[in-house]
Structures are given as structure tokens and as C-alpha cells.
Design a protein around this ligand. Structure first.
Ligand SMILES: [Zn+2]
Length: 311
């Protein structure tokens, strides 16, 4: 089964199989000037699949020179420490606020183990630290000349405090990570991915404004694939971020605990997703991409931390 898709710009999309489903986790491969860059190479559990896709795209894993992380969440960059061992020329690019978590993965491993327990290895594989000499710290406004492209780095906090997007002004392509939300292919439904601990709705709204002003022709989502109507897509995300956040807030104000808030959010929203696609698996597939439990935990923490006066 083909896992790579090449677009007219030369960008290749890689679909990494996750929890038995394809087209949930997306990586993007850029090649040119004897360089190969992978944006969001994914978790440690899908490294063999990533290698197969790199070969399918016409390259060897050893030829990879750049691993660009939009952010350090495990589904985007959990595998980079292991990857640099297999890719002798590869450097890892990450925002300064995310760099400590790649240099030393012990905190990430500890918090993920609390959530995933004995499913850690199956979900995420190895989570190895990246040696300092293989890491390059990036900041807002940096220009990366990579694989024949000129990629602008834009800092876009909201989903994660260290999140960046990469924008190729020339081709109009914007690699959005999770800042543009989750929307699986063939479904007109944008879902807000709001895991703890960094969710910040004010910052996220500003990041949405920032991306809209860039007027990208294509957004490449981490979950999953390209979307060409960026302005519409981003407004859908903004609406959902707000309404879901308000549902959580109101439920908390009524005195519900996490379980109660979760039940309320599912009751208020799951039917919309179910009816937005004829695929009977659509709810399950979105749940794999970004699950309700973490969504609720992220929002609850946001309200408690940033707006205790509203509770
Ligand atoms: Zn994420």
C-alpha cells in the first residue's frame, strides 16, 4: 500500500500507520539541493514505516539532512532521538521552548507513562533524547534554507507553548502541525486538539490571525493532509475552540468533575462529527487523532490556570 503522495510543488506527504489506522499521522518530505527534510517525522513506534516511505519517495533514510519539528508532542517528534542515530547527517530543528524536551526526554516519558501506562511502547515506541550537537534551536522570524526551499519559521503558541509553523512563501504551502487543528481527509469537520498542559486560547486565536494574514494557499495538517481553503478552515477551528471551551467551562461551573465534563462535551459534539461523514469509523478515527479525554483535561487546566475568576 502506497503511503506517500506527491503534490505538484514536489512536497511528499507520508502517512504513518497509527493504532491500525492510516491517514491519521502525517509527515512531509521535501527534497532538493542534495538535501532531504522531513517535517514532523512522527513517533518512535512508526520509524520502520517512515523508512519505508522515505524509500518509496526515492531516498534512503541516511540521506535525510533535516528533521523539522513543529512541536515536540510524541505523535510529531517522539522518534527524533532514535532517528538521528540512524541518520548520520540529520539535524533536528525545534523552537527554543521545545528544545529542552528533546535534549532530555525523561519528563515527557514520565508524564506520558502516567497517561498511557503499559500501552506506552505500542503507541510511542522508544523516546530517546537527542544529543546536543544534533539539535538546532529555531525562533520566530528565522529563515531556513532547506532542500531548495526557503522556509519561514513563525511562532504559533496555543496548542503548545513551543509550537511553530513553517511557511514556504514561494509555493504558498504552510506546514501547520497542530496549530490548524485536526481535520481528517474527506471530512468537513475541524476538531480542536487541546491536550494539557499548554492550552492557551488567547494565544491560539492570535496564532490563527497570524496564519490567516500569511494567506497560505495550502495548509498541511499533522492530522491530516492538505486543505486548500485556509481561511474557511481556520475560522471553523476558531469557532470550535471557543464553543468547546465554553461547554467545558459551563460544565465546570455547574460543579461537574472531569468525568461529568467529558460526558457533557461528548453529548454536545459527537453527533456533529458522526453526521459530517458517511464513514462509520469517523468518530473512532478522530478519537485516535485527538481524544476527548485529553481535550477535556487540557481545557479544564486552561480554565483553572488562566481564568480561575470565571469558575
Ligand atoms: Zn500536538
Amino acid at each position: 500500500m502506497a503511503t506517500t503522495t506527491q503534490f505538484a510543488s514536489g512536497t511528499q506527504q507520508i502517512s504513518l500507520p497509527f493504532q491500525g489506522e492510516s491517514d491519521i499521522i502525517g509527515s512531509y518530505l521535501l527534497a532538493g539541493d542534495n538535501e532531504v527534510a522531513i517535517i514532523d517525522p512522527g513517533p518512535g513506534s512508526t520509524i520502520e514505516a517512515l523508512f519505508a516511505s522515505i524509500r518509496e519517495a526515492g531516498f534512503e533514510p541516511q540521506q535525510v539532512t533535516h528533521l523539522l519539528a513543529t512541536h515536540v508532542h510524541l505523535d510529531h517528534a517522539g522518534g527524533v532521538g532514535s532517528l538521528v542515530r540512524a541518520m548520520p547527517h540529520a539535524k533536528v530543528y525545534v523552537h527554543s521552548k521545545g528544545a529542552p524536551h528533546l535534549l532530555d526526554t525523561s519528563k515527557v516519558v514520565a508524564s506520558a507513562t502516567r497517561i498511557y501506562g503499559d500501552r506506552m511502547q505500542t503507541f510511542w515506541g522508544e523516546i530517546e533524547s537527542t544529543p546536543q550537537e544534533r539539535l538546532r534551536v529555531i525562533e520566530d522570524g528565522d529563515i531556513l534554507k532547506v532542500a531548495g526551499r526557503r522556509l519561514e519559521v513563525h511562532y504559533t503558541p496555543g496548542h503548545a507553548i513551543h509550537h511553530v509553523v513553517f511557511f514556504d512563501v514561494h509555493s504558498g504551502e504552510l506546514f501547520a502541525g497542530d496549530t490548524a487543528g485536526v481535520r481528517l481527509q474527506g471530512v468537513d469537520y475541524v476538531r480542536p486538539p487541546t491536550p494539557p498542559p499548554d492550552i492557551d486560547l488567547e494565544a491560539w486565536n492570535q496564532s490563527i490571525d497570524k496564519i490567516k494574514k500569511m494567506r497560505p494557499d495550502i495548509l498541511y495538517l499533522g492530522h491530516f493532509g492538505p486543505t486548500s481553503n485556509a481561511q474557511y478552515h481556520l475560522e471553523q477551528l476558531r469557532k470550535k475552540l471557543t464553543t468547546w471551551g465554553n461547554t467545558v467551562l459551563e460544565s465546570m461551573r455547574r460543579g461537574n468533575d472531569e468525568e461529568g465534563v467529558l460526558a457533557q462535551l461528548i453529548a454536545n459534539t459527537e453527533y456533529e462529527l458522526a453526521r459530517s461523514s458517511s464513514d462509520p469509523n469517523v468518530v473512532k478515527r478522530y478519537e485516535i487523532a485527538t481524544n476527548y479525554a485529553m481535550t477535556v483535561q487540557g481545557y479544564m487546566r486552561y480554565w483553572q490556570k488562566k481564568h480561575p475568576e470565571r469558575l
